[in-house]
Design a protein around this ligand. Sequence first.
Ligand code: UGY
Ligand code: MN
Length: 246
Amino acid sequence: MTPLFGQTRTRVELRHALITPDGHVPSAFPGWEGAIAYVILSPAMGAEVSQMLVAFGEGGGMALFPADEHEHALYVEEGDCRVVWDDGDVTLADGGFAFVPSENVLALHGSEGTRVTLFRKVYEPVENLEAPPAVNGHVSDVPAEPFLGNEKARLQTLLPLDVRYDMAMNVFTYQPGATLPFVETHVMEHGLLMLSGQGVYRLDEKYYPVRAGDAIWMGPYCPQWFVAMGEEPASYLYYKDVHRLP
Ligand code: UGY
Ligand code: MN
């Protein structure tokens, strides 16, 4: 069915946003070849994190990030991606993830059709605490722990639980009908990508139907809750700022 003109599920509010793929508009950046990015969340909307979908075109390409105060965590949604930084080089298949600390040149080489979600933020150093090391892995090697004892809502913590890291990147998977157990309200911010399935996300006072491909921004103190619906499990990848005093 052809959608009516002028309609979208996308909403951009003061403390939250739902960005659906129909509204995506690409950006090209200096030094990039054969790769574009959809900058889905960014400080321009009031977020501290940027969330980008990097897509590689015909024949593959390269996306480049200069060495500065930004750190990056990425997840390969589709395809394969060679991740190269100052003193590291790893090739990730879909479901692969990596964290690269700030002050590194970061290059992503993807074959045609590869899609990578990347979280980018300014690293917050702490006196007498060394910078976090780079890490990488595959989502299928990370245990899925019941969330607050609920077997039907399971959390995978991709980055180490170590206070040197000031960001977390997790995957949350819900069986149909499972929910976040309570309406969370917290100082931490989230950037989120629906990886599979569907459900309803409560953001502030509003309830949004969401499905795979949708992205969400939850600013600090945005009340949030989720219920998975439909026949399949629903899962999402999300970013959270952690381990720093307000
Ligand atoms: O880690 C979290 O705060 C997570 N439970 N929030 C969320 O899924 N919206
Ligand atoms: Mn939360």
